[in-house]
Design a binder for this molecule. Sequence first.
Ligand code: PFF
Length: 453
Amino acid sequence: MKDTKKSVHGAWSSRFAFILAATGSAVGLGNIWKFPYITGENGGGAFVIVYLLCVLLIGVPIMIAETMLGRRTQRNPIETMELLTEEAGADKNWHYLGWMGIIAGMLILSYYSVIAGWSSAYILKAFTGSFFNADAAEIKGIFDDFIASPVQLVFWHSAFMLATMMIVVRGVNNGLEKAVQYLMPSLFVLMFLLVGYAMTTDSYYQGLHFMFTPDFSKLTSSAILTAMGHAFFTLSLGMGAIMVYGSYLPKNISIAKTTFLIAGADTVVALLAGIAIFPIVFANNLHPDSGPGLIFETLPIAFGAMTGGWLMGILFFVMLAIAALTSSISLIEPAVAWLVENKDFSREKACVWTGLATWLLGLGTVFSFNVWSNVKFFDRSIFQLLDYLTANLMLPVGGFCIAIFAGWIMKRQHSEQELNMPTEQSYQVWKVLISYVAPSAVFFVFLHVIGVL
Ligand code: PFF
């Protein structure tokens, strides 16, 4: 496409670097912390099926589209939408999509960083042997005491935000690529080890049964919305994170193939997390619907009981914190890239301002677990409100718009050229999914939730 501006935009050094970074963005707290607890809250099997369908039919096509839009312009999301509307001769307002993404990213990061702070704090707890031989009640006590302390939560939230901004400030190649290189393989190994432990509990099959036997009577419309929202959240879709990562992707690389790899890895990690956690939940008479504390109240029991659990505990929380870090850098990258490329900010200055704003916002989430726990908006705490607003509303709306843009606004020859699929049929399948299936699925879920359907 025609390109008049001078670019200060980075580029991945290889296809592998992109895969690592995009997988790093996708795999995070969403897989290990959020997927198990929302599966627990929404009744298990049926929820998992809806989630998997959403990943396949909505998530994957939109991920292909989002990467493609970014790669076509090699610009940040706002500029990407501006340039592409110009190319397609479409309405200028599409660039608001880029704006919504930047805002959604910062809103998500504000609470994401607080939870990532919990994981960081748990590294220390594992290290000092807090879980040793502790029973379920003691482990719950440790967690309850921890989240009741605003000082501790603010400390860990601040430490995590600082770590995020220190990586982002170093830019694409130095910071982002290196951070993910070793993480992903180690994370897989550790997840398998935890599943191995879950197999030794008496409740292994009960856990599997809960996760994989659907009981559709438990499937409420809000569960369907949560499952769909989570498909966006877990694949980092609908807000420009994957668009900005796609924009750093060299032109000769097949977008569709890499997307399948990334979405596949992401799904496997989530399922492994569930398979590891639910047997421990049932073996200790805990409740699958105990909410955001679920992994912090279950896994330490396993670490406290098993041989080598001390080291496993440390490794697990280190990895969770790093997995969160590789996602959080992608949450803030769209905002930073825009300030650097369009507002002439230095990367350092852009990081300081976006980091500070996000940190401040995060205090709302911190206090929602203690001093402001009674503050409710529409029956939700600040944390729950931010999560609902972003994952269940903003990301699906963003994804819907991306689907409409890629399927209906962008010229066919442009998407065909950019995707460069191996066969005409595979392009056709994507085109049908992106133009019809994905947007109507999102639309019907929304109608269902507001009670029209
Ligand atoms: N995909 C991340 C996770 O599952 O933890 C969260 C996330 C990252 C959501 C980046 C959105 C995003 F743009």
